[in-house]
Design a protein around this ligand. Structure first.
Ligand code: SF4
Length: 257
């Protein structure tokens, strides 16, 4: 099973100008401030973290993809209707070519970059959807996906998951920002409060409580049904914003939703 922090590139010159694309499709944005907005999703493959609950397993624990040039990606985006484009992963910012894609999208589309916040970008971004990964995300022998190698990743994930310098850079750089936390329960809140304070201390941008989103962990309707009420109550109690996972609620996280 591939466990690299990136994806292996084919040994050709052409591949160096291409992106590993796991999915490219139009749907509704399922999470965050733009929930419900018609959007085109460009999902790159590969991630530098390994959250045990990863809902895009085929971009992280077991990356799969086709290699596409920026021109080919733009042609498919243009064939679809939405004016919003979500560049997501995996972790899209591990790929240098994402900058060229964001540059080309900037004139015609509203762009969201969904990132785990461990890397920076100079490319134009309308909404930085930053999802710092909490201690509860770290894979252990008990909760890692079946057949994976959590021992390899526990230490790497733990040491990489928070990078304040990158969080500050992303927050300062984008037109708008949201800090979106995957919440497994009340025990996550002290870390969220501490991290929000840390980010506020290093960015010039005002991070409002309404920019902090609590999102229930859960990759299926059944799992969400167990977590969302508690997380909604926590958002109300702490003054943060609750975000649904519409793609799970509506389509049970089927591919291309
Ligand atoms: S950072 Fe995101 S894509 Fe990467 S392993 Fe965690 S949930 Fe999956």
């Amino acid at each position: 099973m591939p466990v690299s922090d990136s994806v292996s590139r084919p040994d050709t010159d052409a591949a160096s100008e291409r992106l590993p694309i796991n999915e490219l499709f139009a749907s509704l944005q399922g999470e965050g401030k733009l929930s419900g907005v018609s959007s085109t999703f460009v999902r790159t493959s590969g991630c530098n973290l390994r959250c045990w609950f990863c809902d895009s397993y085929h971009t992280s624990w077991e990356p799969t993809h086709a290699w596409m040039s920026v021109d080919e990606i733009l042609a498919e985006v243009r064939d679809l209707d939405p004016d919003h484009v979500v560049v997501t992963g995996g972790e899209p910012l591990i790929h240098d070519e994402v900058s060229a894609l964001l540059d080309r999208l900037a004139d015609d589309y509203h762009t969201t970059v969904e990132t785990n916040g461990t890397l920076e970008t100079d490319a134009p971004v309308d909404l930085a959807s930053i999802s710092p990964k909490l201690a509860s995300s770290t894979p252990t022998a008990e909760n890692a996906p079946e057949g994976s190698e959590p021992g390899v990743w526990t230490e790497q994930h733990e040491s990489r998951r928070i990078d304040l310098e990158s969080l500050a850079s992303l927050a300062d750089h984008a037109e708008e920002v949201q800090l979106k936390f995957v919440v497994t329960g009340r025990d996550d809140l002290p870390e969220i409060e501490s991290l929000v304070d840390d980010v506020r201390g290093v960015t010039a941008r005002e991070i409002r409580d309404t920019d902090v989103l609590l999102m229930p962990e859960g990759q299926t309707r059944e799992e969400l049904a167990r977590t969302r009420t508690e997380v909604a109550d926590l958002a109300a109690e702490f003054g943060y914003r609750y975000t649904p996972r519409l793609h799970v609620d509506l389509w049970n996280d089927a591919p291309e939703t």
